[in-house]
Design a protein around this ligand. Structure first.
Ligand SMILES: CC(C)(COP(=O)(O)OP(=O)(O)OC[C@H]1O[C@@H](n2cnc3c(N)ncnc32)[C@H](O)[C@@H]1O)[C@@H](O)C(=O)NCCC(=O)NCCS
Ligand SMILES: Nc1ncnc2c1ncn2[C@@H]1O[C@H](COP(=O)(O)OP(=O)(O)OP(=O)(O)O)[C@@H](O)[C@H]1O
Length: 234
């Protein structure tokens, strides 16, 4: 199985690119959605976060008040690191289960959309790594427009991540999303071509079909060995 890493900065356009992959039949594991699930009321992640941050971060219905928690962690690096530490094990196992489901369905190429791919050191599991880059001013404007936040809040969120310029140096493929959606779709065609190239032997071995071939080869090998051995001992 080929595990493609998709990352970038906040509001750089990862979800927009993810949607393009999905419309071309390539499944995407979205780390933001996994992170939402592990923070739902009553889950292990929720319990850890409530005991560390207190019940003040809860809405009247007991769910986490996400904007409120966001205000706290995006303006305070220590609290952000604490939240990351508490949720990281739940997020990684959530991503693993999503990948396993896709593996069992027989998908040969999947995309992991993880905003913190480098920060969480998950880049070592993915190849190629795609970074969706955007120029800083466009990023700020798109973030403020999408989340209807102030410039200060938006800048805090941007500063909470590794810089996009650094991320692009660690990419195999860079998508420059500063232009229009049409520009993006044009670049995406080349990306799709790269990502859907025939699998390498290692990638094939990691796919369900590859694992099944290895298993069948082992069974056939054992049967031949037993046949040869039993004829020889006659
Ligand atoms: C703080 C929370 C509650 C704020 O929720 P909110 O709904 O406002 O934002 P949302 O989850 O949609 O995230 C939006 C974007 O913020 C950025 N972001 C989220 N968490 C972090 C973080 N810990 N550090 C840096 N950037 C982050 C990502 O680019 C993400 O795409 C939420 O982001 C959260 O639980 N974060 C910790 C979990 C995490 O690390 N998520 C990233 C998945 S790898
Ligand atoms: N090329 C583009 N032209 C104009 N607007 C765009 C373009 N690409 C994305 N956008 C808009 O910019 C905003 C951010 O894009 P998107 O939500 O895809 O970013 P993201 O990287 O997934 O963000 P996050 O890290 O918060 O999940 C969205 O409102 C989206 O519609």
């Amino acid at each position: 199985m080929r595990i493609v890493g998709l990352t970038g900065g906040i509001a750089s356009g990862k979800s927009t690119v993810s949607n393009l992959f999905k419309t071309h039949g390539i499944p995407v594991v979205d780390a933001d959605l996994v992170a939402r699930d592990v923070l739902k009321k009553g889950t292990g992640g929720w319990k850890k976060v409530v005991s560390a941050f207190g019940e003040d971060i809860l809405q009247p219905d007991g769910e986490v008040d996400r904007p409120k928690l966001g205000q706290i962690v995006f303006s305070n690096p220590e609290k952000r690191q604490l939240l990351n530490r508490l949720l990281a094990p739940y997020i990684s196992s959530g991503i693993f289960w999503e990948m396993l489901k896709l593996w069992m369905k027989g998908f040969k190429v999947i995309v992991l959309d993880v905003p913190l791919l480098f920060e969480a050191k998950m880049d070592k599991w993915t190849k190629p790594i795609i970074v969706v880059w955007v120029d800083p001013e466009t990023q700020l404007q798109r973030l403020m427009l999408r989340d209807r936040t102030s410039e200060d809040d938006a800048q805090n969120r941007i500063n909470a991540q590794m810089s996009l310029d650094l991320k692009r140096t660690r990419a195999d493929i860079v998508i420059d999303n500063t232009g229009s959606l049409e520009d993006l779709k044009e670049q995406f065609q080349n990306v799709l071509f790269e990502v859907t190239k025939p699998l390498t032997w290692t990638e094939f071995g990691l796919s369900r079909q590859g694992a099944a071939s290895v298993l069948v080869s082992i069974i056939v090998g054992v049967l031949i060995f037993r046949k040869v051995y039993s004829t020889e001992s006659l």
